[in-house]
Design a protein around this ligand. Sequence first.
Ligand code: PNS
Length: 162
Amino acid sequence: MKIAVCPGSFDPVTFGHLDIIQRAARLFDRVVVLIMVNPNKTPTFTTEERKEMLEESLKDLGCNNVEIAFSDGLLADYARKIGATAIVKGLRAVSDYEYEFQMALTNKVLCEEVETVFLTTDSKYMYLSSSVVRQVARFGGDISPFVPAALLPRIRTRLQTE
Ligand code: PNS
């Protein structure tokens, strides 16, 4: 069985993440969407909230080989523990590349048997990131082009009362 891990902060999940998850679900037998700690970021939403938003978003996609998990450890350790074949990440632009390349090489040293696979983002989501969503929501803008409709009230409420 080919298992993939899709790691990220998902703070919050966007249509860009969902596109990568759906495509990974077509390539692998089992996909674990892994909410992780990015030491360079302070999350806006709690782990539980991010998990609920992912669950809510994935419900309608009909990917029955996708599950959600959380880890506050190393990605390489988690990937090894579950016998993953690949770490799947989305690449938006050249600006993502240097950081992602460094992470991929580090993870390869830490866990030789797991490959990092980059999927190029769909061109309609090239510009999209969780921080764009947070910023637009904070200033009262329309975030409906960026996240599933079911998440709108929760994101708006949280960011506009901060
Ligand atoms: O969505 P993000 O914030 O770009 O995701 C980055 C993330 C969480 C995948 C990355 O920070 C990560 O892998 N964190 C876990 C710790 C780890 O294994 N780091 C890589 C080796 S330094």
